[in-house]
Ligand binder design. Structure first.
Ligand SMILES: NC(=O)c1ccc[n+]([C@@H]2O[C@H](COP(=O)([O-])OP(=O)(O)OC[C@H]3O[C@@H](n4cnc5c(N)ncnc54)[C@H](O)[C@@H]3O)[C@@H](O)[C@H]2O)c1
Length: 327
């Protein structure tokens, strides 16, 4: 900061010595100048504003903002918490895993705090939002990210409806409750950014079990419905649909499906499912998308589903035979 300030001053002095008051490098005394003092002042002001606006552009994107992130003890939520903090935000990690959540908050430093929260309990979500207000007096960003995978059989005829309800409770009802309580404190301020984690499995069918896919389709719908009301209060509502990432819940599933291979092989299988050459989908890619949507860079973006999938859901290839294969 001091270095920026000094270079700003030097730059301005430089400008003055060229265009206005000339400093004698030997004595340090002022020499006469061919430009009037008032011209110099105007130039000084102009350059000062130009340099200040350059500085503003490089300012941290979430300076003095307060964010609450559910499911931030690990994976995507943790990466986003870290990204938000490095951009100037205070972050509350709300997660059902207490020791892990506390450990994550400690790791992320004094601008992170933890509150135990089960998103299936509305009272927990309400308390987490109230905690943000009592600790920081405001809530600017609510990221409803907590979610679980489901291990339901592939066919609809075998669907266990109790398991279906359990997944909906976390992945859908938890998000609706999160938006409800964020809106409760954001509407009076007339501002706020609400984010949710959906998935590519909510954009296209056939990529996950029906239950999970349905829950993520619902998230994309929830965002559109909520945005329609909350735009009147200056609150933006968006979601992010990531491609497969080898985080805790995906790795757990992989180790059940491919029990005889090691963790690195599981990671490779997940990464190899992508289509974008030279890159893999990582928690940090979702964190970058969240940072954009939460910040003023996205000040006119609402009701949007930002897909982070390297192009996967944008196309299908027609499997025509090559001419030499056709008799
Ligand atoms: N990893 C992927 O491939 C992928 C792809 C698309 C979308 N998603 C979504 O991303 C979100 C984050 O998942 P992740 O990949 O980081 O996995 P993760 O398992 O690392 O993180 C999920 C977090 O949610 C928490 N959680 C679970 N149930 C909760 C509850 N009832 N209340 C509060 N917290 C709860 C867990 O403790 C955990 O910290 C989920 O909504 C998931 O559906 C993940």
């Amino acid at each position: 900061m001091l270095r920026i300030g000094l270079s700003l001053l030097l730059n301005l002095l430089n400008q003055l010595s060229v265009d206005g008051i000339v400093l004698d490098s030997g004595s340090g005394h002022r020499k006469s100048s061919n430009v009037s003092y008032s011209n110099s002042r105007a130039l000084f002001a102009e350059n000062f504003h130009r340099l200040l606006s350059t500085q503003n552009q490089t300012r941290r994107k979430l300076e003095d903002k307060v964010a609450l992130i559910t499911g931030a003890a690990s994976g995507i939520g943790k990466a986003t918490a870290s990204k938000f903090i490095s951009n100037g935000a205070k972050v509350i990690i709300a997660d059902i895993q207490q020791p892990l959540g506390q450990q994550t908050a400690k790791e992320l430093g004094p601008n992170a705090s933890f509150i135990e929260c089960d998103v299936t309990k509305e009272s927990d979500i309400s308390s987490a939002v109230d905690f943000a207000i009592s600790k920081y007096k405001q809530l600017d960003i609510m990221y409803n990210n907590a979610g679980i995978a489901c291990r339901t059989p592939p066919s609809i005829v075998d669907l266990d409806m109790a398991l279906f309800d359990k997944v909906m409770d976390i992945n859908v009802r938890g998000i609706v409750a999160g938006i409800k309580h964020a809106a409760r404190v954001m509407i009076p301020r007339g501002a706020g950014s609400i984010l949710c984690t959906a998935s590519v499995t909510g954009v296209m069918g056939g990529m996950a079990q029906h239950t999970y896919s349905i829950s993520k389709c619902a998230v994309i719908g929830i965002v559109k419905s909520m945005a329609s009301e909350l735009c009147r209060h200056g609150i933006r509502v968006n979601c992010i649909s990531p491609f497969a990432i080898p985080t805790a819940f995906v790795m757990e599933e992989m180790s059940e499906i491919y029990a005889d291979v090691d963790a690195q092989r599981h990671v490779d299988i997940v990464h190899n499912a992508g289509v974008l050459k030279g890159a893999n989908c990582e928690p940090n890619d979702v964190a970058n998308a969240a940072l954009f949507l939460a910040s003023d860079n996205a000040k006119y973006v609402s009701g949007h589903n930002l897909v982070v999938d390297g192009g996967f859901t944008s196309f299908k290839t027609l499997e025509f035979p090559t001419p030499d294969q056709v008799q």
